[in-house]
Design a protein around this ligand. Sequence first.
Ligand SMILES: NC(=O)c1ccc[n+]([C@@H]2O[C@H](COP(=O)([O-])OP(=O)(O)OC[C@H]3O[C@@H](n4cnc5c(N)ncnc54)[C@H](OP(=O)(O)O)[C@@H]3O)[C@@H](O)[C@H]2O)c1
Length: 308
Amino acid sequence: MVSKVLNVKLSNGREMPMVGLGTYARKADPGQFRQAVEWGIEAGYRHIDTASFYDNEEEVGEGINNKIKDGTVTRDQLFVTTKIWNDRHAEGQVVPSLKESLARFKLDYVDLYLVHWPFSVNDKGEDANIDYLETWRGMEQTVQLGLARSIGVSNFNEEQLERLLNNCTIKPVINQFEVNPTLTQHKWVDFCKQHAVVPVAYTPLGLISEARPEFIGKDVIKTDPKLGALADKYGKTRAQIALRYLIQRGIPVIPKSFTKSRIAENLNLFDFELTDSEMALVDSFNINHRCVPANAFKGMKNYPFKNE
Ligand SMILES: NC(=O)c1ccc[n+]([C@@H]2O[C@H](COP(=O)([O-])OP(=O)(O)OC[C@H]3O[C@@H](n4cnc5c(N)ncnc54)[C@H](OP(=O)(O)O)[C@@H]3O)[C@@H](O)[C@H]2O)c1
């Protein structure tokens, strides 16, 4: 099957599909990650996002390798992203950490390796105070060794990204952070684009899918009739409107689902276009609400959301 998913060009000349399959889950049954990846590739996804922290690289790799073996895709048609966790930030730990991920995947390289967070932790969970510039030197080695095709960051703030851009040999091509209709991040998205760093939206469905009780009352986006009417106009769901809104802003998205129909739904975004006033309507739901504040790390020196 020919993938209809459009690509975005990275600053190093490589391309990345605008829609990827997210794979983070707090809880999963055995085989669920593998199954989601297989359904994803069958549905046309060519970009899979995971992380060593998600503890699913074996299953994600199994799903990928099954779909390569059965002829659905070739390795070079896929874009695989993983991330280094906060406890492996010393320069000498970066290459070994990626090699361990690759062994779990049973793959020779990843397309994108990300620094998951700008802070580091030691084995007691305390701040290890390793400068992310040191980590970045290890990240650069992964490219030089051919283990990662591209490197980037996640959850870096403006000051951290600018400092990295001014002190690197290989530039980060991506910053992955939370963006959705209730956390629209215009200033930050523009900053990344101006510096040729592609902003990638994690938790792109935000409060549309978030079921945590502490968010009840903030999630009017789930029931608002104007958004419902907009979805009906195009025969789409609220989730598809949210994803289309991000793509039209030039922001790649990585929605996660374990549900076969939703996996397909989240890729079915390329047969309609929101008008300027419809984009403004989706934008009007912004309440600067973070679904992923990473509160457990608030005490870290390089916690990125301190100034909010
Ligand atoms: N870099 C980072 O620090 C970071 C942080 C968070 C996330 N991420 C990445 O970004 C990915 C996506 O973020 P996320 O998983 O937090 O949130 P998300 O993709 O916005 O939402 C996932 C949730 O939405 C549900 N869902 C999926 N499609 C739906 C649809 N069409 N309609 C209604 N509900 C739908 C899923 O349920 P079912 O599975 O039951 O269908 C799941 O509960 C992650 O999986 C991970 O790969 C990265």
